[in-house]
Design a protein around this ligand. Structure first.
Ligand code: NAD
Ligand code: UDP
Ligand code: UDP
Length: 342
């Protein structure tokens, strides 16, 4: 195998990661919206390795060609530069609908665009699913629960969201996207799957997207102050990206059509998380407090009984192993950007 690779390199041919072989009956044409982003690119890897035909649609708002470049040119792969707020005509069997800004600074940067992507963009993908009779999985979010009064959050909890607050463009956008899925299911018999994704981290997450995992790792690696917003008593539960991808694929291929939480119930105080990252990176950073974010959910932890029962899924990667891999990725990214003089 190695010899073949060297031969290819010498001949100037590109080599691709090994993909599986599927018979015509099992091979699906799969669309991933937002597939050049953090989660979408890991999902593309998994589906490509399984041997499916994968089309990635992305407007590169936060996604990067680099996340999927190892597939460019592969006969099973297609990268389409397109904004899903505009209609899209393509023939597919399954749609993983992930396109949306995802980190608070990104979605607050242009709230109107966030709303358009989650509403008009979702209608377009449901219209596409209806026309070609494809199954659509929506990447929804734990943010539909807002600042929750139920802990841990079960799927039958309706949530506690401020409809005019700074997070509303995203939270309400995803809530109405869920509503749209169930309206298309009821009225047009579109097959839908809804994943309520909890905080996820791993390689390829954007270094500067302002989320807590990326901020703390970056700050620790650069010996800069680690910034806790508010007192740090708020909690989050962190899931490694490969666990999420396994959950999404299991949900898509299941017979279960109600929303399912996909997350890791391992819950941490943000304050404790800062200390953990600092120790792990062996950083000299001091830990500082900044003003609390408006409408910041005070606690978050998924109840994953539904995923266990209907998908036979639960997370496998423990947080420290995942954090170690992510720290390595960020180290390399920092080196790469210092070489490029950025
Ligand atoms: P990401 O920003 O890395 O990926 C989103 C992708 O969507 C990007 O590649 C972006 O360029 C693309 N995109 C945005 N608007 C678009 C548009 N109008 N047309 C086409 N492409 C567009 O974020 P991510 O963390 O990979 O999130 C993926 C999905 O999962 C999102 O829908 C997000 O809401 C959801 N989610 C993520 C998390 C998490 O912790 N990462 C948690 C809950 C939900
Ligand atoms: N749509 C799309 N691709 C398709 C089919 C539909 O982007 O292959 C869009 C279409 O432009 C419309 C939306 O999806 O704006 C909703 O489609 P639907 O058929 O539900 O509504 P209609 O076209 O009847 O308004
Ligand atoms: N947070 C923090 N410092 C940071 C970034 C985030 O203390 O530099 C906190 C934030 O206030 C929130 C939690 O970490 O309570 C998770 O924030 P993130 O933006 O990652 O995701 P959210 O779950 O809020 O969407």
């Amino acid at each position: 195998q190695l010899k073949a690779k060297v031969k290819d390199l010498e001949a100037g041919r590109k080599t691709y990661p090994e993909v599986g072989f599927l018979t015509y009956k099992d091979r699906k044409r799969i669309l991933i919206t937002g597939g050049a982003g953090f989660v979408g690119s890991h999902l593309a890897d998994k589906l490509m390795m399984q041997g499916h035909e994968v089309s990635v649609v992305d407007n590169f708002f936060t996604g990067r060609k680099r996340n999927v470049e190892h597939w460019i040119g592969h006969p099973n792969f297609e990268l389409i530069h397109h904004d899903i707020v505009k209609p899209l005509f393509i023939e597919v069997d399954q749609i993983y609908h992930l396109a949306s800004p995802a980190s608070p600074p990104n979605y607050m940067y242009n709230p109107i665009k966030t709303i358009k992507t989650n509403t008009i963009g979702t209608i377009n993908m449901l219209g596409l699913a209806k026309r070609v009779r494809a199954r659509l999985l929506l990447a929804s979010t734990s943010e539909v629960y807002g600042d929750p009064e139920v802990h841990p959050q079960t799927e039958d909890y309706w949530g506690h969201v401020n409809p005019i607050g700074p997070r509303a463009c995203y939270d309400e956008g995803k809530r109405v996207a869920e509503t749209m899925c169930f309206a298309y299911k009821k009225q047009e018999q579109v097959e839908v799957r809804v994943a309520r994704i909890f905080n996820t981290f791993g390689p390829r997450m954007h270094m500067n997207d302002g989320r807590v995992v990326s901020n703390f790792i970056l700050q620790a690696l650069q010996n800069q102050p680690i910034t806790i917003y508010g007192e740090g008593k708020q909690t989050r539960s962190f899931q490694y990206v490969t666990d999420l991808v396994d959950g999404l694929v299991a949900l898509m291929n299941s017979n279960y059509s109600l929303p399912v939480n996909i997350g890791n119930p391992d819950e941490h105080h943000i304050e404790e998380f800062a200390t953990t990252i600092k120790a792990l990176v062996k950083s000299q950073s001091e830990i500082v407090h900044k003003p609390a974010m408006q409408d910041d959910p005070q606690k978050r932890k998924p109840d994953i009984s539904r995923a266990k029962k209907y998908l036979n899924w639960q997370p496998k990667v423990n947080m420290m192993d995942g954090i170690n891999k992510t720290v390595e990725y960020f180290r390399e990214e920092l080196e790469r950007s210092s070489h490029q003089g950025r």
